[in-house]
Design a binder for this molecule. Sequence first.
Ligand SMILES: [Zn+2]
Length: 242
Amino acid sequence: MILMVNNIKILILATIISLAAFDGGVLTAHPVANNLIAINNLKSSQMIQEKKCNKCGVVKLINDFRKKRSICKLCDKEYNLRYIKTKKGLITNIYNNQRHNSIFRKDPLPTYTKQQLINLLFNNPLFHKLYDNWVSSNYDRKLRPSIDRINDYKSYSFDNIQLVTWYENERRYYTDSKNGINNKQNFAVIGINKHTKDIIEFHSMNEASRQIKTSQGNISDCCKNKRKSAGGYIWKLKEHNG
Ligand SMILES: [Zn+2]
């Protein structure tokens, strides 16, 4: 049994070595991979590939590089952190997030290109003002320029976006949700009065909790049939307002 296990081990090791050797051969023959050094680690008899970072000049393991990148992950990260703080980098990041969020929400993609957004913002004095404030605040997250949709139920288009700070964007989202203007994260509920059977309706459990002065958790539990009533009402989910 032990012998068998050992045999399998040896076989696997031999396969790894032959694969690695083959890989190394292909890579050295390729002109792009000139800075790729394949060395033999005699200790483990495994092939370890290393590459010199074009930025910091340090020779690092191949795993320390993203695929097809000539600079190491660490230098890559530093570069991205610096780029994201430039005007162009910031807009690129905003645009990529808009695309990503639209796909995530299954909404239509922004109706403009990244370059069109860059042009729009570079021609807007408010963008430069917000950007300067953000830089002088030492990149305070709350002051980061941000793009808000005027109508959250419509997708990103030039007639539905406005430039704000990240903080204003968050605050508006919160107040709109509280006031029932934006119910994307809210669950509308119906409450049936235990005695009078009167029906009341709220745009969210939080709003019901505020108005009826009973805990939101109890209303939620009632909707899940975990308790019979809360604050004198039997609660049911109206439907998820998408
Ligand atoms: Zn590096």
